[in-house]
Design a protein around this ligand. Structure first.
Ligand code: NAD
Length: 516
């Protein structure tokens, strides 16, 4: 049973119990229903928006110091309540304790620390040096204002990192936030609302709108900006809806991240990371290793290492630390997609060296699966699988690996393994992805100082780094005249002498140098 008291959480969130229909929340490792949450209709989302807008000016007026104080308290609250937060995450996702603790809690602690330290400097006013002759003597300033009310829509794979993670910079920038968690995993967000209430966050600054797609869609209509994390298909719908009100969107979408293993790579490390980052969170990570290309001379050795390591993994319900490496999947439909991709690959000539099927029983388990003899006719190599599968393809050389890695509509992340770091970096620069690791994988996500975002169908905009908080603001440029005449030389009425002098001056200043 989830250790969240949804009644208290909903009260903390200002929701009244009475009306909306309820959505059951299921523990995917056992199949048991563990809670119910309201499926909020559009009218209720509009009410939350009114409350959020009313609370925002007071929150902004607290300034960075005042906002930091509350967010620092929340950081402490999360650490003090880590066991409870982890138990909630595990109960609604089926992931292991390690995947909840080390990934979700660790990321959130680090992100709160980073944004509290850096929000003010990232949003500090910037004095711009006047380099254009026409504006010499003018004062120019760039400043940032909170947008107002931000809608954050999240997926089910990391209910803390990928939903709440974006609320942190949005709130520190001075915005109110309405978080719409996935209907599959709403309990973690409700628990956080309870935490914020205990930390003294003014009512209405952080609210949770539980519900399905229609609730998310209604949220798009109500807010000043949408931060969306989820599938590419839904991201397109969100962007189309937001276009109707010209509401800005940031989209963090799906991926099909490739890993390239060159012949000179440290194969032990490459195999360890391929296994870990394909099976972590049962493969349900946007930047999971989804496909591997290995140079022919080391292919057999690499595959043997991977098969041995995958064979040693323990799969099952995580009941505490180190009780399983691979937990359950979270969402029934995703399990069907994994089954379909593996079936499709096997039908087209692939072989499963480990696993290959769903585990019988009530839980949503799919066996850790290594596929070989794969190619780009197969969905497992071209579509997002989002499950505990690792398809490995033999390539003649690095050129073929780069071509195949780039043969994808997605461009979220990628990884290259080579004993020659400089060569690895050269290859990394040729990969069409928003973030590429060399002799590493995925860890870039916890580098909150390093921007991350998808190319191609993997997204629009970035999170993390200075841009990861500035996107939650309106940028204003100030242009202030200090040294000036009563009448500028370029102004009415035009006079022949002044005009000719201006034309000549222009050619003199910008026309120097040779044409060839
Ligand atoms: P999803 O697109 O099905 O749902 C995401 C959220 O959108 C949910 O809260 C859902 O209720 C809501 N939603 C559904 N229809 C909507 C609509 N019409 N308008 C507004 N909101 C709507 O995604 P999912 O299955 O929950 O998550 C898995 C996907 O998320 C994968 O594709 C994964 O790669 C991606 N993801 C990306 C990142 C990243 O950083 N790029 C991180 C995590 C997950």
């Amino acid at each position: 049973m989830a250790s969240v008291d949804t009644t208290t959480a909903q009260r903390a969130n200002g929701q009244d119990q009475a009306h909306p229909p309820q959505i059951p929340v299921v523990n995917p490792a056992t199949g048991a229903v563990i809670a119910h949450v309201p499926d909020l209709p559009a009218a209720r989302v509009a009410e939350l928006a009114v409350r959020g807008r009313a609370a925002q000016p007071g929150w902004q007026a607290l300034g960075f110091d005042g906002r930091n104080r509350v967010m620092r308290r929340m950081q402490k609250w999360i650490m003090d309540n880590a066991d409870r937060v982890v138990a909630t995450i595990v109960s609604e996702t089926g992931k292991t304790y390690e995947d909840a603790y080390v990934v979700e809690i660790n990321y959130t602690g680090g992100a709160l620390d980073f944004w509290c330290k850096n929000a003010e400097s990232f949003l500090a006013e910037e004095q711009i040096h006047a380099s254009t002759l026409a504006v010499k003597g003018k004062k120019m300033v760039v400043r940032y204002e909170p947008l107002g009310l931000i809608g954050v829509i999240g997926p089910w794979n990391y209910p803390l990192t990928n939903s709440f993670g974006d609320c942190i910079p949005a709130m520190l920038a001075g915005n109110s936030v309405i978080l719409k968690p996935s209907e599959v995993t709403p309990l973690t967000s409700l628990l956080l609302a309870e935490g914020f209430a205990e930390c003294g966050l003014p009512e209405g600054v952080f609210q949770v709108a539980t519900g399905r797609g229609a609730t998310g869609s209604a949220l798009v209509d109500e807010v000043d900006m949408i931060m969306f994390t989820g599938s590419t298909a839904t991201g397109k719908k969100v962007m189309a809806r937001a276009a109707e009100t010209l509401t800005p969107v940031a989209l963090e979408l799906g991926g099909k991240d490739p890993m390239i293993v060159l012949a000179d790579a440290d194969l032990e490390r490459a195999a360890n990371l391929a296994v870990f980052y394909s099976m972590l969170n049962s493969g349900q990570t946007c930047i999971s290793v989804e496909r591997v290309y290995v140079e022919e001379p080391v292919y057999d050795e690499f595959v043997a290492k991977v098969v041995e390591k995958v064979g040693a993994l323990r799969q099952g319900e995580s009941t505490g630390p180190a009780t399983a490496e691979v937990g359950s999947m979270t969402f029934p439909r995703q399990l069907e997609i994994v089954e379909e991709h593996v079936r499709d690959a096997l039908a087209k000539g692939a072989r499963a060296l480990t696993g290959g099927q769903r585990v019988a029983g009530d839980g949503l388990f799919f066996e850790p699966t290594v596929l070989v003899d794969v190619d780009h006719r197969m969905k497992a190599m071209t579509e997002e699988t989002f499950g505990p599968t690792l398809p490995i393809m033999k390539v003649a050389d690095a050129e073929e690996a780069v071509t195949l890695a780039n043969d994808s509509p997605y461009g979220l992340g990628a990884a290259v393994f080579s004993g020659d770091r400089a060569r690895g970096e050269q290859i990394a620069r040729r990969l069409q992805a928003g973030a590429v690791c060399v002799n590493d994988a995925l860890l870039n996500y916890v580098a909150v100082e390093l921007p991350m975002g998808g190319w191609k169908a993997s997204g629009l905009g970035t999170r993390h780094g200075a841009g990861g908080i500035r996107k939650f603001t309106k940028q204003q440029s100030l242009f202030i005249s200090r040294l000036h005449l009563k009448r500028d030389p370029y102004g009415f009425p035009y006079r022949t002498g002044t005009s000719k002098a201006l034309f000549k001056g222009m050619r003199l200043i910008y026309g120097r140098g040779r044409r060839r």
